[in-house]
Structures are given as structure tokens and as C-alpha cells.
Design a protein around this ligand. Structure first.
Ligand SMILES: [Zn+2]
Length: 499
């Protein structure tokens, strides 16, 4: 491809071809062998074979899949700190949950500039992995309180510049967990502060929706269920309805959350949300692990009925769940019940393909069945499931009238091996590194692995420096304040070079 202008946009229809095109017909994905996708401006005008019209540009990607871009409902958007938890547990001893001594003087661990950098850096990584619509998530453990208007204004600029489609807004909360003097997890609440940060997030949402940007849309992000009060949840639900925007609320995520909600309210997290009247089709719920009526919860409850009737979407993040030793029970059971499911990356690497692969494997293990989950079930969740959660029938599918959000997955290189079926092989031997080209809203945002304006090597070096600076300050925020070497383990003894 030679004539691509700096804008990434081509005037007139663009025709793309590849060995396989994942099109959409009669309400489901289909595969066109040696297929064609034609888009003009931001919209797809044709998918299939033998386009009859004239075009301004033709690009053949050869032995590749042309696929709808992935919709990431819990998209990594910071320099991931959960990776530190991989072999360093328990989290209350390892600086993840802060001690009271730190909580009383908690501060922003990154400068405004560093916060802006990590969002832009993460957005580029999402694009590199074929994610074309992202609902960013970042940890509040490293914040003074909630996320801020300023960093999300910078993030909006980054999304526009890089060309990523996003739904987002500053995360807020009524409180936080901390480690008390005896090494026990406790909760602190400041409801008024929660209302103030909700008000800031609403102002941001109204401003963003007022932009009428084709790429950047608003979402409400009341962080974790166990750190929110009933009134914060009700006000959030009301605002979501008034603005008609999605709400993402972490729920059914952890044993800590489950114990906190059942202890305080005598109901499961889902029963509690249902009793508050805050569950509806606008709600996105990561991570769906602690649901009564499944093997993960030793307690009866109405959770399965509530999930079925609420119309909310479970946000399933296979890699981060599996790394923590847990998993949804189960993708296939919820799917068979008609519960809506979308996918998220939530951790590093934000490799959407890897998430689908791990998801299929662990779903089969969880179900004890090789037949319970098929490749297309996860592919559907990663495309159609996410788009439906956002109530966007023009996303997650390649068909005339849909947005031109298209990715190219290289299936021709020698590490892929022999292909049995493009989607089945994708789920066995591909990875996010095979995504070579990305079009979002009709703009080429990544071409031959390169994102204009993003120097991947230099940005990675900067990310490492910024992250190392954060890790160096871990003793301040860790129970008992041990030195860094005691907080984080090494796989093997580290032998430094002497002299
Ligand atoms: Zn999450």
C-alpha cells in the first residue's frame, strides 16, 4: 500500500480482499472465502464476492482474515499493576491493598503528564491487538481517590489522535478497602466525597456526549460494588438512564466483595443491586465469577434469575480471572440461559485473541466437556456480545451499513502452521501479534504493524521508566513498609554482577 495519506483516510470507496472475510448475514457471522469488504467514509457498503462498483483503492491482504474489530468492555488503560500479583500474594501484604498508614495520606502516584501518557500508551496497545472499541479500566489503588476530568480530557485527545473508538469516563467510588493495624481488610467510606466525584464524572459525560464525536462517547464507571453506597448506585443508574449511556460496575468479582455485601446487606451482590433497582440493559458487569447457584459460591440465591431478567451484560475477562486462580462457572451455562456476555482484556498483555483462547480452554475444563464451548461462541462474545452490550448494531460485524471497524489478522506466516478453519485456527495458534492492520471508523489507524505517531520502542522505554518509579515507591504503600526486595519475589535467586 503506497498512497495512504497522513490522515489515514482515502476518498472514495476502498476495496479490501483476503483469503477469508468474516462477514455478517441474516443475524450471524459467515465466512466468505476469498471475500471482499468495501467501505466508503466511515461506513461499510459491501461485504461478499464480486463487488460490481468502481473503487478508489484496492488492497489485497492475501493469506489473512478480514475480521470485525474486537469490542473490549474492560480494556486495559494503565501500566498494568495486576501483573505484580502474578507470583506475589497475598495482595494485602504486597502493597496492592494499602494499609491505614498510607491511606491517611494517599496521593496520586503519577503526575498528570504520566497519567496522560499511560492512557495513550495503552490505547495504542489496544489497537495493536485488534481492539477497535474500548471501555478503558484502570486501578484506583494508585489514586488519591477517583479518576479525574483532566486525565480523561487528555485521553479523549489521545483516542481522537490515534483513532480508537472509546466509551469512557472517570471512575468514582464512595470508599475503599484498606489493611488495618492487625493485617485485616477493612472498609472506609466518605459518601459525600463519592457524590462529588460522581458530579464531576457526570459533568464530563455531558460534555463528551455534547461533542457528538463519532469516536469518543461517555460511560459511567462506579468502580467496585463493595466500595459504593446505595445512594451512589441509585444516582448513577438515574444518570445513566437520563443520558442514555452505558454503566460499568465491577460486581461478582471477588470473595472480598461477596463477603462484604452479604455481610452488610444479607443479600448477594446481584440481589442487592436488584433490590436497589439499578440493574438494566445498560449495565456492564465484570467479572461474573461470584454468582450464587454456581460452584464458586456456597450459598443459595436468586442470582441466576436476576441475571436472566436484568438484560445486563457480564464482562468476562479470561486471562485476569485465570491468573487469579478463578473462572466463571460457566460461559456455556450463562450463554445457554440467554445471559448476555461480552469480553474484556483488563490486564497486560491486552491480547484479545489470547483471552478468547484461554477462555475456551478454561470453559471446557470448568464444564468438564470438550463440546460445551466452540470457537465461534467466544468470537461472537468478543464482537457481537460487546456491540450488543453497547446497543450498537453497527459495531462488531462486517455488513453493509455497519461502521468500518476492520482488522487484518495474518494467517500466512510460518508460525501459524496449517490452517483447518480460519476461526478455529485463530483460537489455537494465533495471537494478538498477528494483527497487522486496523481500520477504525474508516480510517487506517495501523498499517503493517505501525501506528502513525506512536514510536513503539521509545514509548515502551518510557513506560518501563514510569513503572519502575511506581514500584520503587511500593514500600510506602505496603503493610509494615518492607523494602521492595521483600515485597516482590523472583522466580529464581537473582545473582547481581559484583564490582
Ligand atoms: Zn476488571
Amino acid at each position: 500500500m503506497t498512497r495512504l495519506p497522513v490522515s489515514g483516510r482515502i476518498d472514495g470507496p476502498v476495496l479490501l480482499t483476503a483469503r477469508w472475510v468474516v462477514g455478517h448475514r441474516d443475524g450471524r457471522h459467515v465466512i466468505y472465502d476469498d471475500g471482499v469488504v468495501v467501505f466508503e467514509g466511515d461506513e461499510i457498503v459491501f461485504v461478499g464476492h464480486d463487488y460490481p462498483g468502481a473503487v478508489a483503492e484496492r488492497i489485497d491482504y492475501g493469506n489473512a482474515i478480514l475480521s470485525p474489530g474486537f469490542v473490549d468492555l474492560d480494556a486495559l488503560s494503565d501500566l498494568d499493576t495486576t501483573v505484580l500479583a502474578f507470583d506475589n500474594q497475598p495482595s494485602w501484604k504486597k502493597g496492592r491493598v494499602w494499609p491505614k498508614s498510607y491511606m491517611d495520606r494517599a496521593y496520586e502516584m503519577y503526575t498528570q503528564e504520566e497519567l496522560a501518557f499511560q492512557k495513550r500508551y495503552a490505547f495504542a496497545q489496544l489497537i495493536r491487538n485488534g481492539i477497535t472499541t474500548a471501555l478503558p479500566i484502570a486501578s484506583l489503588f494508585y489514586r488519591e481517590w477517583g479518576e479525574t476530568d483532566a486525565e480523561f480530557s487528555a485521553a479523549a485527545d489521545a483516542a481522537h489522535e490515534l483513532g480508537l473508538r472509546v466509551y469512557f469516563g472517570p471512575a468514582y467510588r464512595s470508599g475503599n478497602s484498606y489493611v488495618d493495624e492487625n493485617g485485616k481488610i477493612a472498609f472506609f467510606y466518605d459518601e459525600e466525597r463519592g457524590f462529588r466525584s460522581l458530579a464531576e464524572s457526570l459533568a464530563f459525560a455531558e460534555r463528551i456526549e455534547g461533542l457528538a464525536s463519532p469516536l469518543v462517547r461517555a460511560m459511567l464507571a462506579p468502580d467496585r460494588l463493595e466500595t459504593n453506597t446505595p445512594d451512589l448506585l441509585r444516582r448513577t443508574a438515574d444518570a445513566g438512564r437520563d443520558l442514555d449511556i452505558p454503566i460499568r460496575q465491577h460486581c461478582c468479582q471477588s470473595g472480598l466483595e461477596f463477603d462484604r455485601i452479604t455481610g452488610a446487606y444479607g443479600m448477594t451482590p446481584l440481589e442487592w443491586m436488584d433490590s436497589l433497582g439499578v440493574l438494566n440493559e445498560r449495565m456492564l458487569l465484570p467479572h461474573g465469577e461470584y454468582v450464587a447457584g454456581t460452584r464458586n459460591v456456597d450459598r443459595p440465591g436468586r442470582d441466576l434469575d436476576i441475571l436472566k431478567n436484568a438484560g445486563a451484560t457480564l464482562v468476562h475477562c479470561p486471562v485476569v480471572s485465570a491468573r487469579h486462580g478463578g473462572f466463571m462457572d460457566s460461559f456455556s451455562k450463562f450463554r445457554d440461559m440467554g445471559v448476555r456476555i461480552g469480553l474484556g482484556t483488563d490486564t497486560w498483555p491486552p491480547d484479545f485473541i489470547q483471552n478468547m483462547q484461554i477462555g475456551i480452554l478454561l470453559s471446557r475444563v470448568t464444564d468438564g466437556s470438550i463440546e460445551s464451548v466452540r470457537a465461534e461462541h467466544y468470537f461472537d462474545a468478543g464482537t457481537l456480545g460487546g456491540a450488543d452490550a453497547l446497543r450498537r448494531p453497527d459495531l462488531g460485524r462486517l455488513q453493509a451499513g455497519a461502521k468500518a471497524d476492520i482488522i487484518v489478522i495474518d494467517m500466512g506466516h510460518d508460525r501459524i502452521g496449517h490452517v483447518i478453519d480460519p476461526i478455529q485456527t485463530l483460537m489455537m495458534s494465533s495471537s494478538g501479534r498477528d494483527v497487522t492492520n486496523v481500520v477504525i471508523d474508516g480510517r487506517f489507524v495501523m498499517v503493517d504493524g505501525r501506528i502513525p505517531g506512536f514510536d513503539a520502542k521509545a514509548e515502551q522505554a518510557r513506560a518501563q521508566r514510569q513503572f519502575d518509579g511506581l514500584v520503587a515507591r511500593y514500600p510506602e504503600r505496603t503493610y509494615g513498609h518492607p523494602p521492595v526486595e521483600e515485597i516482590f519475589s523472583s522466580a529464581y535467586p537473582r545473582l547481581g554482577r559484583k564490582g
